[in-house]
Design a protein around this ligand. Structure first.
Ligand SMILES: [Zn+2]
Length: 242
């Protein structure tokens, strides 16, 4: 009996030690923006700073044929966070951003009187294979997966395929951008029938000219797939674009 009790206590101590060291590991995660330790992924101070770029009106109604929702403006700390997420190999930074996007999207959906006639799916704007290999992940897909947890709408990660690497869009004129993008996307043939039963919400990190989103929506619609809109983390102000 005494031995049994001793064993149980030793086991409890071990379990406690393991739990504490795991908690300790989690608690000592540095905030990606300021390096302060935080249990929250992004520390509360930086969250407040990022929220200064949150848009009061996420809906950009200036794009005919496509509902465009963005969580914030591409500036300051939000811009820093997105860049860190994309270029420093930290796909886990999508979690906080994707959940925030999900809340924005839910708010918009609740404001719509008519429910969607078909089940919704989230389709991330794909990266070309060479870019994907270089970065190791598709930032739009990571955001969509975090959104999925918040909004309970499934992600169809391979719904669209990027068949052609595009040049950097900012170096091109408007018509060149459109021509460049028109050939860039294809509907994944193995998902075509499933996608036709749904209404698609596209997901991307940054909305700039809208050329990418319009090209992707056009390719889906041409294949008989319904597209409701696009949801992004941030909207960039256009400067120097025609
Ligand atoms: Zn911080």
């Amino acid at each position: 009996m005494g031995i049994e009790l001793g064993r149980r206590r030793a086991w409890q101590r071990n379990t406690q030690a393991i739990t504490q060291s795991l908690l300790g590991l989690f608690l000592t995660q540095p905030c990606p923006l300021c390096d302060r330790t935080t249990p929250q992924g992004i520390c509360p101070t930086c969250q407040r700073q990022v929220r200064q770029s949150q848009l009061d009106t996420p809906l950009d109604a200036s794009h005919s044929g496509l509902t465009v929702l963005s969580w914030g403006r591409y500036e300051d700390t939000l811009r820093q966070l997105i860049r860190q997420f994309k270029y420093s190999g930290q796909p886990e930074l999508a979690t906080w951003l994707g959940i925030e996007m999900g809340k924005t999207w839910q708010h918009y959906q609740q404001s719509q009187r008519r429910p969607a006639p078909r089940p919704l799916v989230l389709v991330p704007i794909p990266l070309h294979a060479s870019k994907l290999q270089q970065r190791g992940f598709n930032q739009a897909e990571q955001l969509a997966l975090a959104m999925e947890r918040q909004v309970q709408v499934p992600v169809m990660g391979a719904g669209l395929v990027r068949v052609q690497a595009t040049q950097a869009q900012h170096s091109l004129s408007r018509s060149e951008r459109q021509a460049n993008l028109a050939q860039a996307f294809q509907v994944n043939p193995s998902h075509l029938l499933a996608l036709r039963q749904t209404t698609v919400w596209l997901v991307d990190d940054i909305f700039t000219t809208g050329a990418t989103a319009h090209a992707a929506a056009h390719v889906l619609r041409r294949s008989g797939i319904s597209v409701a809109g696009l949801c992004t983390v941030a909207r960039a102000e256009l400067q120097g674009h025609p």
